[in-house]
Design a protein around this ligand. Structure first.
Ligand code: FHN
Length: 447
């Protein structure tokens, strides 16, 4: 249902207006390539969806007017008291997982603010908890060297001047007739200025631009406005109307600094920066007994994202008491253990030259190609040759030498009888030229 509501919103908007792109902006205000290259080198971040709705264990935003009546949903803050919340604990989980940045839902679609906002009482200071969650996370991220990022929802089903109250209502009763969108846009600007000024976020992760009240013109104005406050703050493409999202084709024609495929690994793209946002479980916000992804899926998702030249923003939904589920913490720590061995094949690498397959994928840096081996049908792994490239040597990263035969057509590698890592063993191919000089090999690899 949620996907349908989003898709209809996007269809309606795209039908009524051509989507603005970065070409409409003053090119001097676009985030610099230097900053974007640094961001894309981080490769792996933690997404956190949290708010009073954790008390119900239903989806943040979307369960309002659905599993939870709005009147009930909108008063949960009165009993939200996450006394076990410890920002440093959360940030250390991200650090131990090998994550290099952290994005918190400061304000999701339900409009609740996890920081003390001067512009609304619907915030953390009106709860029994009365402490600045966003500020504590920003401080802890600075202490542990993690880039601090803020998620901010364009749509706000709670705020009186935002026209949509109930996204599910088709009778028109879900619309606030007296809402004044210009006042809501000013509210957004006031809040975003206080967030940037108080917490200096590395990146702003916008979301929820698909509903009709938000226009491309507002998006262009907002991007420009934000750049007057912090020139190099990174802004994703969900400030505008065009983004990859769930089940939508990747796009390079958008407003913002990078594309945001959701719940899927983006396609190999050496030109457009992109970041896949994916949940470790099924729901974005915490759900009791939610189904958690296997370690194999988690590691191969990260590797295939990097192999596609993208970042992975991996989501955990903390519990109402302020702690993260121990099983989810253990899982991301297992990812961190893998990264301790193989991180050189992920961080600051580029994707390609192969299009990732279910059996293998590649990342690259300098004169090295990192061959991620996910599964094999035997002792020999045969991959297409890199035209005009000579492989000087091959070895398991931090491990044993690998023998191989290379022809003009392919490379046949003799794998160890038992792969050092059954989820993703990385083999290094040292070559006689810069790995980035190799064009993407588009043919359908039979890996
Ligand atoms: O509606 C939101 C959803 O709740 C969640 O925040 C995801 C995260 O990317 N974004 C929207 C759905 O595309």
């Amino acid at each position: 249902m949620k996907k349908l509501v989003i898709a209809l919103g996007m269809l309606l908007t795209l039908h009524t207006a051509t989507a603005q792109t970065n070409a409409q902006l003053d090119q001097h205000i676009l985030t610099s390539k230097k900053v974007m290259d640094e961001f894309m080198g981080l490769r792996f971040g933690m997404f956190i969806h949290w708010g009073p709705i954790a008390l119900r264990g239903t989806e943040i935003g979307w369960s309002r007017h659905r599993e939870v009546p709005a009147a009930d949903y909108d008063t949960l803050y009165k009993v939200f008291n996450p006394t076990k919340f410890n920002a440093e604990e959360w940030v250390k989980v991200a650090r131990d997982a090998g994550m290099k940045y952290l994005t918190i839902t400061a304000k999701h679609h339900d409009g609740f603010c996890l920081w003390p906002s001067a512009y609304t009482d619907y915030d953390i200071m009106s709860t029994p908890y009365k402490k600045d969650v966003v500020g504590a996370l920003a401080k802890a991220c600075r202490k542990y060297g993690i880039k601090f990022c803020i998620y901010y929802s364009v749509l706000d089903w709670h705020y009186p001047d935002y026209p949509v109250d109930n996204p599910y209502d088709t009778t028109g009763k879900g619309i606030r007739k007296d809402a004044q969108m210009d006042k809501y846009v000013q509210y957004m600007k006031n809040q975003l200025k206080e967030l940037i000024t108080a917490y200096d976020p590395y990146m702003l992760w916008f979301d929820g631009p698909w509903e009709k009240p938000w226009t491309e013109a507002m998006a262009l104005d907002m991007y420009t406005y934000l750049k007057t406050i912090k020139k190099d703050v990174i802004i994703n493409n969900r400030i505008g109307k065009k983004f990859s999202g769930v089940g939508m084709a990747s796009t390079a024609d958008f407003l913002g600094d990078y594309d945001t495929p959701e719940q899927r690994i983006g396609g190999l793209d050496m030109n457009t920066p992109w970041e896949s946002c994916i949940t470790i479980a099924d729901q974005w916000a915490w759900k009791p007994h939610d189904k958690m992804k296997s370690l194999k899926t988690c590691i191969q998702t990260l590797a295939k994202t990097a192999a596609g030249n993208g970042n992975l923003l991996f989501n955990i939904g903390p519990m109402p008491d302020g702690t993260m589920e121990p099983a989810q913490v253990a899982r991301v720590r297992e990812m961190g253990s893998w990264l301790k061995k193989y991180g050189a094949a992920i961080y600051q690498t580029a994707g390609g030259p192969y299009v990732p397959t279910d059996n293998y994928a590649t990342t690259r840096k300098g004169n090295k190609i990192y061959l991620h081996v996910f599964q094999t049908s035997g002792q020999t792994l045969t991959v297409p040759a890199f035209p005009g490239v000579h492989i000087k040597k091959a070895y398991v990263l931090n491990g044993t030498t690998i023998s191989f035969k290379q022809t003009a057509a392919d490379i046949a590698l003799q794998l160890p009888a038992v792969l050092p890592d059954s989820n993703d063993t990385v083999i290094v191919l040292e070559i006689d030229k810069p790995a980035m000089s190799i064009a993407v090999i588009k043919k359908d690899n039979k890996g």
